[in-house]
Design a protein around this ligand. Sequence first.
Ligand code: GTP
Ligand code: SPV
Ligand code: MN
Length: 590
Amino acid sequence: MTTNKTLLAWVDECKALLKPDSVMWIDGSEEQLNKLRAEGEATGEMIKLNQEKLPGCYLHRSAVNDVARVEGRTFICTEKEEDAGPTNNWMQTQKAYDLLRPIFDGAMKGRTMYVIPYSMGPVGSKFSKIGIEITDSIYVVLSMDIMTRIGQKVLDVLGDSNDWVRGLHSKAELDEEKRYICHFPEDNAIWSVNSGYGGNVLLGKKCFALRIASNQGRREGWMAEHMLILGIEDPQGNVSYITAAFPSACGKTNLAMLIPPEVYAKKGYKVWCVGDDIAWLRIGPDGRLYAINPENGFFGVAPGTNAKSNHNALESTRKNAIFTNVVQNLDDNTVWWEGLDKNPPKNSLNWKGEVWNGDESKGKGAHPNSRFTAPAKNCPCISPEFENADGVPVSAILFGGRRAKTAPLVYQSFDWAHGVFVGSIMASETTAAATGAVGVVRRDPMAMLPFCGYNMGDYWAHWLEMGEKLGDKAPKIFNVNWFRTDDEGHFIWPGFGDNMRVLMWMLARCKGEVDAVETAIGYEPKPEDINIEGLEDVTVDTVRDLLSVDKALWEAEADGIAEFYAKFGDKLPKKLAEELQGLRDRVAKL
Ligand code: GTP
Ligand code: SPV
Ligand code: MN
């Protein structure tokens, strides 16, 4: 399939280490993939679902101890600790290789070693990057086929080049104590072992497209971000693009595919999804910032996805999708999860494969981090620009998280540098996307805490530099919070499709069509400038309340930021320290 010497040598090396029974190069043909589907079915790794209702769809169950990213066992491996920085787990490069090599040794005995050539971004685009993943998991091969562009065509583009990311994965024994997700940005390599969960093993995604690519972006003058990309088309057919960084399970997939509320739909507005999780951002020939989605599919959160909350995501999963850790309805061999509808199937297995039968006293049917991989082209609102190798021009960048109180519904940064500050101080309640406690507020700068592959202080400096290069062509930066709650803990803002009302204010700001109110934290809308036409439970007073900035909360926030910033020592850009002082001064006057 290839004569690439660097690649052939690496595959031989891996083979010698892993000792598989056989090696299979993935060419991307349906014939080969069908063989693997049948084999996965035979071993029970893949469960074929009802092919009339869900053509091409499969169910997969990961091990019970292996259902989310393991941040505590994820490492950035570099020569110097300061290159990983205070927010990453660090291991010295050689130490990491020495620790992992014995774990990989012989790990594929009795198994097939699959070699998957894949492209992040359209095949052959000058902005795309190539990776090779070695794995012993059929689930990984089939999921990589959905999430990336794979096969012979990628090798053809790679040719004899040595510019590709080496990704080594083995399920090994799925031993939690020996589970490691290690990144070697200095070698463009990833070693992942003892896990079978998507975020740990679909190496093109978080491992390459964020942790390794953030390093490449820093070196080459671009950015790899945990962002959705969407386009809003006005009735005249002009499309404006927005990217948004929200932490894991905080609403990117939902916002990326939103359905405009009636008030906008009837005027002819449309929303197009370019990406739901990762954006690679580059400065284009006209000096503006352009975004591409390096992925080819969605790895979305299942619970809460329904015809009303996210019709487009649900539609995306109706064919050629793989569901992980959801409920299996035994009556018609389909799938179910909490929040799909109010009818938990009476004859069903839970995510672990145990008899559940819709009995909530036995706990949840689907795992809270159960997910689907679905081809992007299934999405009814996929953007016509999805395959555009040059990307789409970005008008606005949003940051946001889950904050019950402090953060208002929306505010705009004073300028780019202040926007970088706003991104750097993001905080959000933790979710089931990673192992550990859920609902604990933690700092998650730019939603990149678990994904920035180098020192976060240098990362902020890179953001500031990009802003200098962009100058007055820089996108405007905003912060949003869909998750403010009332005293009973209910969300005040309706969210989902109605978030478009807030996006429309932002676009009006980008075009200079609407005034704003200057507050201690940034520019806010006048409450009456958020369009609430057609909303039942929201009044102008509700919006005013959602926009309030509380002095005591923001004083405490500033203290929290100072404490967080202190970890970075002299890696903290001076500009951000000044921004923090500016915030303190303004809050003091409230
Ligand atoms: P990752 O794939 O983990 O990076 O997550 P994501 O950011 O794509 O998250 P996703 O869109 O899947 O959101 C997951 C959770 O957020 C679900 O429980 C949704 O119901 C909830 N959610 C999304 N948008 C909103 C919103 O506007 N308001 C409220 N209240 N909840 C929302
Ligand atoms: C996230 O956790 O942010 C995800 C899912 O998008 S995973 O690929 O597991 O990281
Ligand atoms: Mn994500």
